[in-house]
Each structure stands twice: as C-alpha cells, then as structure tokens.
Design a protein around this ligand. Structure first.
Ligand code: HPA
Length: 254
C-alpha cells in the first residue's frame, strides 16, 4: 500500500527517520552516512531512503518546506508506515543573541503563527513540545562531542518574507530561532502518541499502538536575523556535520 505522496510499501521505512527539508539533502545524507541505502520514494521528487547506521535501520526523507508539507508527510509516516521516531534536521535563522551562528538549536518547543492546530478544536493556545527522551539523548550526544548547542523554543513560521519583522515579537517571548516546519511535526507526533487519551467513554474504542511516537527538531544556525550575519559555505558544511552526528547518534540509540 502506498499513499498519494509516498510510494513506499509498509516495512520499507525504518522506525527512526531523519527529516531534512530538502529532498536532495536526504539523498546526500543517505549516501554519506547510511550503509546500503535503498530508495523508497521519488513521488514529487521527495526522495526517501532506508539504510543502516551502526547496524540500526534508519531512514531519511525530505519533507519540503513549510507546515502543510511536513504536516502531510509526517502524518503518513506515522499513521501509514508505523514510524516512531521522527528527527527533523534543518537550518534555522537565529532571533536571539544567545543562539550564535554555528550553534545547534534543539527545539524543546515550537511556537507558530500557523493555524495548523485549529484542527484539534482546542479552546486556547497549544504548546507544541518535542519528545523529552529524544531531546535528552541529543543533549547528551552534543555534550559528549563538545558541540555548542542551545535548547529552547523556536518559531515555526508560515511566512519567510514578511511585511513586518514579525520575529521580533517572538524573540521577546524567548524564541531562539525561526524555521517553518517543526510545529506541525510536534503536533502530529503528540496527537498520535495520545490517540488513546481523553476518551469520553471507557467503552470507546481506543488505539494504543501509537503511544511511543516521538519527534524532535535540531537545527544549525545558518543566519542571524538579529545581526544580519550569514554562514559561509564551509561553515555551513561543518555545522551540518555536527548536527548530523547528533541526529545519527540519537538514532543509533533507538
Ligand atoms: N526564516 C524562516 N526559515 C528559515 C530562516 C528564516 O529566516 N533561516 C533558515 N530557515
């Protein structure tokens, strides 16, 4: 069984997947870091591969840019392919002086100006948070390697080009960086993980099979909206390598 967006058959995708935005990045990651990668998807050029890392099956697939794109791909990975650990690897812009170019931002939480969570009918503001287990593992790996990292909130923005510098308001609320996807990823993971919670009636059919769905976004700071600094190609590559090391070492523990 495939989906309208993914040609993989059940079983083709590992329980742990790395999710860069760029599908060509997924190809490079598969070819550089995974042993024996096999491509499972090319629908809309959203390339996906499964191989192994330190003996563990690991997949990698592009998500495209923005909340609608990662929203649908991650939903399908969780619900139709049984993926349990979804680790977004990307770049983000720093909106806080503490998050320096070259740092790894680990998104403990993701805020948004998107309407994505309105589907849940909540009478309030939802806090989308990462998996504490994945976050803790990522922090420990970064510490072991001595990679500079910072943990906190980010903004998953619906807009890249904005009429006004909206990031300033989010910076005042402690957001460290801005990207465009993690909020939907975190919503999908937690919604699936809590499929069995909140049933009105004990006799209502509940599904516990998603209980262990976990998500985390980690980012290299590619530019600073605060200072206007940008990374050189060489710096970007080094920073990317550190982030990948963290993501893969986490994957190896799952
Ligand atoms: N805005 C949104 N996403 C980004 C940015 C940005 O400035 N930099 C890297 N990803």
């Amino acid at each position: 069984m495939s989906t309208p967006h993914n040609a993989a058959n059940p079983g083709d995708i590992a329980k742990t997947i790395l999710l860069p935005g760029d599908p060509l990045r997924a190809k490079v990651i598969a070819e550089t870091y995974l042993s024996d990668p096999v491509q499972f998807n090319a629908v809309r050029n959203m390339f996906g591969y499964t191989g192994t890392y330190k003996g563990k099956p690991v997949s990698v697939m592009g998500t495209g840019m923005g909340i609608p794109s990662i929203g649908l791909y991650s939903y399908e990975l969780i619900h139709f392919y049984g993926v349990k650990n979804l680790i977004r690897v990307g770049s983000c812009g720093s909106i806080n002086r503490k998050a320096k170019i070259g740092d790894i931002i680990m998104a403990q939480g993701a805020c948004t100006n998107s309407n994505y969570a309105s589907q849940y009918g909540l009478d309030g503001t939802f806090s989308a948070i990462s998996s504490f287990d994945l976050l803790r593992k990522a922090v420990l790996v970064a510490e072991e390697h001595g990679y500079p990292y910072i943990v906190g909130n980010i903004l998953s923005s619906d807009t890249f080009y904005t009429e006004k510098p909206v990031w300033k308001d989010w910076a005042k609320m402690g957001c460290l960086g801005v990207e465009m996807e993690s909020f939907a990823l975190y919503c999908n993971a937690v919604r699936a993980a809590c499929a069995a919670e909140g049933a009105d009636d004990a006799s209502q059919a509940v599904d516990n099979s998603f209980e262990d769905v976990k998500a985390l976004g980690i980012f290299t700071v590619s530019d600073s909206l605060v200072t206007g600094e940008e990374t050189t190609a060489e710096e970007r590559q080094n920073n990317f390598t550190n982030m990948m090391e963290v993501a893969l070492e986490v994957a190896a523990q799952l």
